[in-house]
Design a protein around this ligand. Structure first.
Ligand code: C2E
Ligand code: MG
Ligand code: MG
Length: 560
């Protein structure tokens, strides 16, 4: 069927719902008349800009961005409720559906977003249309009541001269709960979170649910430190663990804080700033709180830039997989390697993984990137074999969010079959913190890997607060001691003790142990004395491109 373009445009423009068409980078290509009426923006003002930059709505973009990649497999639509902000500052509560249009390679090429307005805060209130002020799931105030309460609190603060503190709260990696365990479980967690938050504040303060896992707290306080006390109380309350349908779920949260009048006197700006501070906490690993500071704006801009560029990085061949040898401390023989991702960003040089992996995780792009890494590592191993070099076991880092999706099992299985690689040449490195998020699920997935004959190691061991009882439940082969412990092993007695303990522990549990981050001969001597045989670190070699690694591998050991 051929529908002519003019007719199509007429249909879109006659729609009562706002429609936005964006490209693969989420940059707006087209908007319809209803969108212009709703938001007050002209077409020329929004073209080429991402929806994020047009309408302030963290919840909205997060949902849009976070869900796109993760849902590709099952579905090509995302539904969400969101709050947006029109050009004149009006809050719009909308029910949206984004349709993802894919190309033949299953890469998204267009996003078609249809937004149905549920309520406009100011306009509809004035017309007497009753806007629901409470969130049906948690029974807490919703975004509308939040604005109202924030304004009221500020008005009385102007009289009393007391500061007001605004806390934005978000769960760390909540999407993995929703994606992995289902929205029903997600809803139960949110309900419980709401209840715990309510318990941390005074009756006169407000806790509201914005959308998804986002909550806001408004407090009239006397000194800034009062917000610290509450933030700490909240973090502790979250650390208690959640029991949902007999499942134990461990969650952490991030909190951003902005203050009236020091940061701003305007409600919208205060919300933006505390949200920005919260994002900052998330980027630094979460489970903490932070006050807003001006450098954060710059960071937020860079984050958006990275996220946009990451979307096309695979297509444009911008990723490279480097390899860092694991070495036998006695013989200097190369006994394995870790595959480490590098991003050659055009005009931006090599971007280190710590700068883009967390963003890839938050946006869901890690699923595609992770798949690329598995594929490329297998391709490289095959190549070395074909060149007559006997390969070693290569470990691949797997992000926690990849584990939430059982696809990872099929992905690994299919890729090793495709390249005809013996499974014991592959090891998956999974961080301790991502295993303990949902221990039962982790055990199931790890068992599947063990059955396949693929090795598994716990990365950054010693940093994830898991108890020993968890450790014995996880079917793994290797513990990797985090390099933070090795770094100052000579001066820091505690770290030396921890390293010693992890080596001892792995021996008694009959696990292999690898020490990471050995940089100098003192590190090596210490590890030798502790009977740690496998070591990875700059002392032997930095991560190097595959061709260089192949040369090293053909020699078979590191010449120091
Ligand atoms: P990791 O998995 O713990 O990787 C080890 C990191 O330690 C690497 O940093 C490596 O270059 C660094 N390292 C090794 N020896 C030394 C040393 O002697 N001194 C110092 N200062 N550093 C050393 P890199 O390549 O920057 O990667 C950082 C993190 O990014 C990795 O930590 C891993 O968590 C993540 N990452 C890297 N590649 C991937 C990937 O393909 N997928 C996922 N999900 N994460 C990845
Ligand atoms: Mg690793
Ligand atoms: Mg590590």
């Amino acid at each position: 069927m051929n529908v002519d373009t003019e007719l199509l445009n007429a249909i879109i423009d006659n729609s009562k719902d706002a429609i936005v068409i964006s490209d693969a980078n989420n940059s707006i290509l087209e908007v319809n008349v209803a969108f212009i009426k709703l938001t007050g923006y002209e077409k020329s003002e929004v073209k080429g800009i991402t929806l994020f930059n047009v309408c302030y709505a963290e919840s909205h973009t997060t949902t849009l961005f976070e869900s796109t990649e993760q849902i590709t497999k099952e579905d090509s639509t995302i539904q969400y409720k969101s709050t947006m902000r029109s050009k004149n500052g009006e809050a719009i509560w909308a029910d949206s559906t984004t349709h993802i249009i894919y190309d033949e390679y299953k890469q998204p090429v267009l996003y078609l977003t249809i937004m149905r307005t549920l309520a406009k805060l100011d306009a509809q209130c004035n017309q007497g249309v009753r806007v629901n002020h409470y969130d049906p799931l948690t029974n807490l105030p919703n975004v509308f009541l939040l604005y109202d309460r924030l304004e009221q609190t500020i008005i009385s603060a102007r009289r009393t001269g007391n500061p007001v503190s605004l806390l934005t709260f978000g769960l760390d990696r909540f999407t993995v709960i929703n994606e992995g365990l289902g929205f029903h479980v997600g809803d139960m967690v949110i309900k419980e979170v709401g209840a715990r938050l309510e318990k941390t504040i005074r009756k006169s303060d407000t806790v509201a649910r914005l959308a998804g896992d986002r909550f806001c707290l408004v407090m009239s306080i006397t000194v800034a430190n009062d917000s610290v006390v509450v933030a700490e109380k909240i973090l502790n309350a979250m650390n208690e663990g959640f029991l949902v349908q007999d499942r134990e779920i461990n969650l952490t949260a991030s909190i951003g804080i902005s203050m009236f009048p020091t940061d701003s006197e305007d409600t919208n700006t205060l919300l933006l700033l505390s949200e920005s501070a919260m994002r900052h906490v998330k980027q630094n690993g979460g489970n903490a709180y932070q006050f807003f500071s001006t450098e954060m704006n710059e960071k937020a801009r860079r984050r958006i830039e990275i996220e946009n560029n990451l979307r096309t990085a695979i297509q444009y061949n911008e990723f490279i997989l480097y390899y860092q040898p694991k070495v036998n401390i006695e013989t200097n023989a190369i006994v394995g390697a870790e595959a480490l991702l590098r991003w050659n960003k055009p005009g931006g040089g090599i971007v280190p993984p710590n700068e883009f992996i967390p963003i890839a995780e938050e946006s869901g792009l890690i699923a595609l990137i992770g798949q690329w890494v598995i594929q490329r590592a297998c391709e490289d191993i095959k190549k070395w074999q074909e060149h007559g070099v006997s390969p070693v076991r290569v470990s691949i880092n797997v992000a926690g969010i990849q584990l939430r999706n059982k696809d990872i099992i099929t992905q690994v299985k299919e890729t090793i079959a495709k390249y005809k690689i013996a499974p014991n040449y592959i090891e998956l490195e999974i961080t301790e913190s991502s295993l303990i998020l949902d221990p039962q699920r982790a055990v199931d997935i790890l068992n599947a890997f063990q059955e396949m004959g693929v090795h598994v190691s716990i990365d950054d061991f010693g940093t994830g607060y898991s108890s020993l009882s968890y450790l014995s439940r996880f079917p793994v082969n290797t513990l990797k001691i985090d390099r933070e412990f090795i770094k100052d092993i000579q001066e820091n007695k505690n770290n030396a003790e921890i390293t010693r303990a992890i080596i001892g522990l792995s021996k008694s549990l009959k696990l292999e142990v690898v020490a990471e981050g050995a940089e100098n001969v003192e590190h090596i001597n210490f590890l030798k004395a502790q009977d740690c045989t496998t070591v990875q670190g700059f002392y032997y070699s930095r991560p190097i491109p595959p061709e260089e690694f192949e040369k090293l591998l053909s020699i078979g050991y590191i010449h120091i």
